[in-house]
Design a protein around this ligand. Structure first.
Ligand code: ZN
Length: 188
């Protein structure tokens, strides 16, 4: 499966001049939600991640919101259950009656891994319950090898997305204004 092509076909790989929420500028923007909006595509991606996974876990755990759909599809392919963590007062927690048993093997699945920060926060939830972080996986790996998760990690598509400070941005020098991706709908 060509993951990049799947993104392009679903309008999920935007090219232009973007102002990111970090304040940095980029010439590309990935919107995984637009690919996962297609149930058939989400199912294929989940299956591909499950096939790449080196371990058979007891369950899949994902951070909301980004990890919800893909985590569910990976769990479907592996024939295990899917739980998710969410943020409450700043920290990552299990709610809604979800609980982990000591010794359970957990694979953490996300849409995109960039710094690995949220992935590691999910690891802490697993460890606090006495369960085991067996592996991690994502559709897109934007870490450029820098995430260093400390467990086996599989991704379907490793992509380098440039991020420049406004003063270093080559697109700003061309005079094209930077736009916030998706801002048209957010401004409603
Ligand atoms: Zn710029």
């Amino acid at each position: 499966m060509n993951v990049e092509q799947l993104f392009v076909e679903n309008g999920a790989l935007l090219k232009g001049h973007f102002l990111l929420s970090s304040g940095l500028h980029s010439d590309r923007y990935l919107q995984c939600a637009l690919v996962l909006a297609q149930p058939g595509a989400a199912e294929k991606l989940g299956k591909a991640i499950a096939e790449k996974s080196s371990v058979k876990p007891d369950l899949v755990l994902s951070p909301a919101m980004g990890g919800l759909m893909i985590g569910h599809e990976v769990a479907r392919a592996l024939g295990v259950r899917h739980y998710f963590t969410e943020r409450a007062e700043g920290s990552m927690v299990l709610r809604r009656g979800f609980s982990l048993k000591p010794g359970e093997k957990v694979i953490v699945v996300e849409d995109v891994v960039t710094t690995g920060k949220s992935t590691k926060e999910v690891f802490e939830v697993i460890k606090a319950a006495g369960a085991t972080v067996a592996a991690a996986a994502s559709i897109v790996d934007r870490s450029e090898g820098k995430s260093n998760l400390g467990v086996p990690y599989a991704a379907l598509w490793a992509v380098s997305v440039p991020a420049w400070k406004p003063e270093d941005c080559p697109l700003c020098k061309t005079g094209v204004p930077a736009v916030k991706p998706g801002s048209r709908t957010e401004k409603k």
